[in-house]
Design a protein around this ligand. Sequence first.
Ligand code: NIG
Ligand code: FE
Length: 389
Amino acid sequence: MATTVITNISSLVTNDPSLGEGPLGTVQDAAVVIDGDRVVWVGTSSKAPATDNRVDAEGRAALPGFVDSHSHLVFAGDRTAEFNARMSGRSYSAGGIRTTVAATRAASDEALDANVRRYVREALRQGTTVLETKSGYGLTVEDEARALRIAAAHTDEVTYLGAHIVSPDYADDPAAYVDLVTGPMLDACAPHARWVDVFCEQGAFDGDQARTILKAGAARGLTPRVHANQLSYGPGVQLAVELGAASADHCTHLTDADVDALASGTTVATLLPGAEFSTRAQWPDARRLLDAGATVALSTDCNPGSSFTSSMPFCIALAVRDMGMTPDEAVRSATAGGAAALRRTDVGRIAPGTRADLALLDAPSHVHLAYRPGVPLVSAVWRAGVREA
Ligand code: NIG
Ligand code: FE
């Protein structure tokens, strides 16, 4: 296998404090050696071993590829009108999901596959090398299983979200829909997914329904993650912690008890600032969670309704400007935090043995991701040792 050194990196974030300075393990004037799909050496440029190939970063900064642990990419249709109405003062509600459900059911497999491919590629160009995505716009046995099959063709991190909203076909009998989600739909979906998720919210699923659905998924080998406390206070976060979910996502409306639960458990608090941006909602308080000791991830929530962005750099900039995070904390949450939310140790860090996922920035340090918002700073991306962008 040919080895490659990426050298002359002005500042390298490793997320491994044993390799460099501070919690980000930053190495100045760094080099990284890749062998096949793995990192095999990290250190200062002058000490790099001889390799077959050499890439000169010309003083650019580098960091682990972003780990986007929450997106909804299997969809068709367009909700520009809904966004426009919101920006004219209307508020966001879970009901908008129905518009996308109708368009997704009507779309061909090829059209859905092309959509997922397009957004995964779009994210990759912006530095995202691991991406979770969900079903949730099918809401029939066939449409949910189809969504997961299509998602699994593009990523290993696939989540069954049959419980996104109660299917419009079951509007008069939500209990029967929960039976479907925990019965035949789960049977059809479990083989294609790693995770099970529920939108635990007024207008979607209450705490008891969510518990039933998550436990049924867990009994089939799917690990829970929860859309929790997005639009209102509620039981989602406590339920996520109680069930040992990998993450509680959104965390916008938290009581002190919710924050304590997240700080004392293993459930990662995943914050999705694109959703608050696109719905003009209050920002989640990242500072409060970090100060309490919770592990925080940042993710895009890319979906056509509440957050139509695939850009992790954009989310980092929002988190720094409006959620009380330092640039270092935001970058760590978008890389190592996302990896923790997906229970992955092979990504989100750059150290000997990790997968060779890294992004080069047209900037002298990772701080520029927040300092230069909206600027396409990602100039090269390696994923599993392959230069992709
Ligand atoms: O994470 N909260 C639920 N699901 C998505 C929104 C989906 C939609 O509006 O289509 C979210 O924000
Ligand atoms: Fe979501």
